[in-house]
Design a protein around this ligand. Structure first.
Ligand SMILES: [Zn+2]
Length: 531
């Protein structure tokens, strides 16, 4: 349109005026693919780089690779982590501060299978798909995962195509629809997990390529620590155990591709969004730890699956029409038993259960109230008030009780620090990353009594528990962040960035206007300048 065209006029003496029409805006991707690998630590992609020849290698070789990217908040769990990726906001602002307050919603039942109802009812504000739809109402989004929270939260509150795995099939909840589409029913009818009954997970490559010990006594609760790992012989058992083997990620990617085909994503004109969250790295990481032969094999297999997935997407949509983001919702801390062998002789399991139980009993005595009441709940480093209004009304001297409790917790071996919310806001957030990460989770949350930080290689729990994540340590917050595709400047970027930067960067790439106040920034350094 002529009136919208800005003409640049260069005049030089003796020559006629020359008019330069600006180049047209670069074509935008038709399909944005956001891959979140649950519990993928960035050092895996460095440690096993020579063996990665598939999808990870494609993204690492031709993408903008941010080596210092963080889920920069406390309670580094799946729900808070996924809430930051396409919202551009900290958990303190998305309202999703822990798994236990993630997506569970008993009012929105699942379709066709039994399992906990789920919806984004607690998610606050908007996300990338809302901005995409505001620009073009015909844009579509498909989000899939093995986990409900990982499928739901990247999309925010929008009623898009959102599916997750439950009891051997992909489903959704009544928040989104009352009927499963034919393509989902057709995919489920293949019964891939059930057909896998009795199959064994063996190493993908030659044994000599794996330098990790296979049998560590702390793995997998002390049972089945060595390869091969067999699925149960019965189909229902196999469908349940399928979430712990690499093939679950392959199934999730195949399901995503079936959806891309059915919905014709990326082939209709508007930009569409595909969010895929792959959960098996988390399952295997919890059971076997970040230094195990099992996690090594999982990463190699995932590299192959991603290659297969990306190639099929490119075949359908055109390589030049696809933009890809790869990140993770959190990292992981090794088993303390493993850390003790690797230069951290004091690494330990830490539990505050006894202290919190005693504090609840004391508050009951102070308040003279209901003896069954649990006044304080401790979860992943955060001590939540259950009913602080009622407790205050009893006249109990809550402040001195909490001060005494904080002192007792500080004395527990393994505890690095205890902060009350009022202490956190006084710190210099650039100088104190731990306080900053807690603030990104609990700022303004009146239910939080205090937050407890462990030393980096310690873990919440007891021996023979799972390897853990959830702390504000670098081990748990450091994640990969790779942008790939048209409009992205490939290279390695060492500056500190955060997962909340992904949504504003995609918005800029797609020419969208976010309409929430964002915490992240546009990663301009990795975007081609406007022509
Ligand atoms: Zn996990």
């Amino acid at each position: 349109m002529l009136t919208a065209v800005v003409l640049a006029c260069a005049l030089s003496p003796g020559s006629p005026p020359v008019f330069h029409l600006p180049s047209p805006a670069p074509p935008r991707p038709r399909l944005v693919v956001v891959i979140t690998v649950d519990q993928l630590r960035p050092d895996y992609l460095v440690r096993w780089r020579p063996q990665l020849t598939g999808g990870f290698s494609t993204l690492l070789a031709d993408g903008a690779v941010f080596t210092n990217a963080f889920q920069d908040h406390g309670v580094t769990e799946t729900a808070p982590g996924h809430s930051t990726v396409l919202s551009g906001r900290w958990p303190a602002h998305t309202g999703i501060v822990r798994n236990a307050e993630g997506v569970l919603d008993s009012t929105t039942r699942l379709l066709r299978v039994a399992g906990p109802g789920a919806s984004p009812r607690r998610f606050r504000g908007t996300a990338l798909f809302d901005w995409l739809q505001a620009a073009d109402t015909t844009s579509r989004a498909l989000s899939v995962s093995r986990k409900d929270r990982a499928a739901i939260l990247p999309i925010g509150r929008a009623k898009a195509q959102v599916y997750w795995y439950q009891s051997g099939a992909f489903t959704t909840s009544r928040y989104y629809t009352d009927t499963l589409p034919i393509w989902v029913q057709t995919f489920n009818a293949l019964r891939v997990p059930q057909q896998a009954a009795g199959t064994r997970w063996t190493l993908l490559r030659a044994d000599s390529l794996y330098h990790e010990p296979d049998s560590a006594p702390w793995e997998n609760g002390g049972r089945g620590v060595a390869f091969p790992h067999a699925l149960p012989a019965d189909s229902a058992g196999a469908a349940a155990a399928f979430i712990g083997v690499p093939q679950m990620d392959s199934l999730t990617l195949a399901f995503a591709l079936a959806g891309v085909e059915a919905l014709r994503l990326g082939r209709r004109g508007p930009t569409d969004l595909l969010a895929v969250s792959l959960s098996t790295t988390d399952a295997i990481g919890h059971a076997f730890g970040p230094d195990s032969r099992e996690i090594h094999d999982q990463v190699l297999r995932l590299d192959d699956y991603l290659q297969w997935f990306l190639q099929r997407l490119f075949d359908r949509v055109g390589r030049q029409n696809v933009a890809v983001v790869l990140t993770a919702d959190h990292g992981v801390t090794p088993f303390p038993e493993s850390s003790r062998q690797q230069g951290h002789p004091d690494a330990r399991w830490v539990s505050l259960d006894t202290l919190v139980r005693a504090a609840n009993a004391q508050l009951t005595r102070l308040g003279g109230a209901d003896t069954t009441k649990r006044w304080l709940e401790f979860d992943m480093g955060v001590l939540f008030f259950q009913d602080n209004g009622r407790l205050a009304a009893t006249g109990a001297n809550l402040d001195s009780a909490l001060t005494a409790l904080a002192a007792r917790i500080r004395a527990v071996p393994g505890v690095a620090r205890v902060d009350r919310p009022a202490d956190l806001v006084r710190v210099d957030s650039a100088e104190d990353p731990i306080a900053r990460r807690w603030l990104h989770l609990v700022a303004g949350d009146s239910r939080v009594a205090m937050v407890v930080t462990l030393r980096p290689f310690d873990a919440w729990g007891v021996p023979l528990g799972n390897a853990q994540h959830g702390q504000p340590s670098d081990l748990d917050t450091h994640v990969p962040l790779i942008l790939w595709g048209r409009g992205i400047l490939a290279g390695t970027y060492d500056q500190r960035v955060n997962t909340v930067d992904i949504a504003p960067t995609l918005a800029r790439l797609l020419g969208l206007s976010p309409f929430s106040l964002l915490d992240g920034r546009v990663l301009k350094e990795a975007l081609e300048p406007p022509r």
